[in-house]
Design a protein around this ligand. Structure first.
Ligand code: NAD
Length: 385
């Protein structure tokens, strides 16, 4: 949704000196706002705490539907600019994911710059907690790459705007895998008229946290698995536990299969891999599966059904968001079931409108945000509304 630009970038004292910045920083400033304007991000907050060395960026893309929820990524970025771009890209994805999942949440993401193996976790994550608290609830965090449940506990000391806490929703991967499994069933229903996967062949790229649990669910339904991973140990577990056949990483695209489930990296559907694909559908957990938007059109032209990444992999977000209302594993799982119906609706709309499924899901998210923002314009007599 191209929401009106509502607020400004904010920064702490050390990130951008208030008075008379040197020429290099003056030259860099328009770049930040150009980046914000490109996808109408509402706010970027940059915070530096010198004693711990904490350097954090919180990007809030859109809060039309509610506070922005998205994880904290702790990563050694090659440059500050790379970190900013990652935060902007990821936060926008969260807006669309929450909107299509029917959650009353906006899109946000934060990044901490540095080596995520550091032992100074308390100081860094408490500084991050204070950064989050300074936003007054506009942003709620959770775990992501390089952060753990224990790190969320440090954040919790400084702010209540944190999920993924010990003893609550826990590891999101099994729930994400369950959502992907439901999404694969939605693909089967459209392609073959039945959601049964018994006897089908699924190729799984990446046997990590999500990939392993997905293989388990598919194996239990009688699916023949062809798998790959760059980590031989992870492949070994899936081969042993679920009678999967292993292939080399570069061979996975060309395997004849009913479904290809990318559960490792983004941008795996590109100009090079497209001609190799020998499947009826692409449906996996990886974020940003399409290298570019036009690859959604290319899949459609090839007759390959695509389950849009942020729709099929929303299980983890749905699970963590449930903590905001007092966590119930049963309720979270029931909401994850909805991924099946969501995908069915998106497939139907894509067919009706003659557009790729990736575009149909973007439109669905944008429609919901537009509708809700209109409702918010209704005058209510009570003060402060
Ligand atoms: P993970 O790190 O546990 O697993 C990823 C696996 O992919 C690893 O085993 C890694 O060795 C393998 N891999 C990396 N490069 C590869 C390559 N070129 N070929 C084959 N295998 C390769 O991560 P995860 O938590 O299982 O997440 C998998 C994907 O799903 C990621 O893209 C992640 O962003 C996305 N995702 C995860 C969740 C979640 O709940 N964990 C939620 C939403 C989206």
């Amino acid at each position: 949704m191209r929401a009106p630009v509502k607020s400004s970038a904010s920064s702490s004292r050390a990130a951008f000196p208030a008075a008379s910045p040197p020429p290099a920083e003056r030259a860099a400033a328009p770049g930040v706002f150009t980046a914000l304007a490109e996808y109408a991000h509402e706010q970027v907050s940059i915070f530096y705490e010198p004693s711990s060395g904490y350097r954090g960026i919180i990007a809030i893309h859109d809060t039309t539907l509610g506070p922005a929820l998205g994880g904290t990524r702790f990563w050694n970025y090659p440059s500050d600019e790379d970190a900013l771009i990652d935060a902007l890209r990821l936060s926008r994805g969260m807006t669309y994911k929450a909107a299509v999942a029917g959650l009353n949440l906006g899109g946000g993401k934060s990044v901490i710059l540095g080596d995520n193996r550091t032992s100074r976790r308390e100081a860094i994550f408490r500084a991050h907690g204070r950064h989050i608290e300074s936003l007054g609830g506009r942003y709620i965090t959770a775990e992501d790459v390089g952060t753990s449940t224990q790190d969320m506990e440090f954040i919790r000391v400084e702010t209540q705007h944190v999920t993924g806490l010990l003893g609550k929703s826990g590891d999101p991967s099994p729930v994400t895998a369950y959502g992907v499994y439901r999404g694969i069933k939605a693909c089967a229903k459209l392609r073959w008229g039945s959601d049964s996967l018994t006897g089908k062949t699924v190729t799984v790229q990446g046997c990590g946290h999500v990939g392993y649990f997905l293989c388990k669910l598919l194996f239990e339904e009688g699916v023949k698995l062809i798998v790959t991973d760059i980590d031989p140990q992870r492949v070994k577990s899936v081969v042993q536990d679920f009678r999967a056949t292993a292939v080399k990483p570069e061979e996975i695209y060309g395997q004849a299969a009913d479904i290809f489930a990318p559960c490792a990296l983004g941008a795996v559907v590109d100009d090079d891999t497209l001609p190799e694909l020998a499947c009826a559908a692409v449906a996996g957990s990886a974020n940003n599966v399409l290298a570019r938007a036009e690859h959604g059109h290319a899949l459609r032209e090839l007759g390959i059904l695509y389950a849009p990444d942020y729709v099929i992999n929303a299980g983890g977000l749905i699970n963590v968001a449930d903590e905001l209302g007092g966590y119930s594993a049963e309720r979270a799982r029931a909401n994850v079931e909805g991924i099946f119906a969501n995908l069915r609706m998106i497939f139907h709309r894509a067919k009706e409108q003659g557009i790729p499924t990736s575009e149909a899901s973007d439109r669905l998210a944008e429609e919901r945000m537009r509708d809700v923002s209109r409702i918010k314009l209704l005058h209510l007599p009570s003060p402060g509304r």
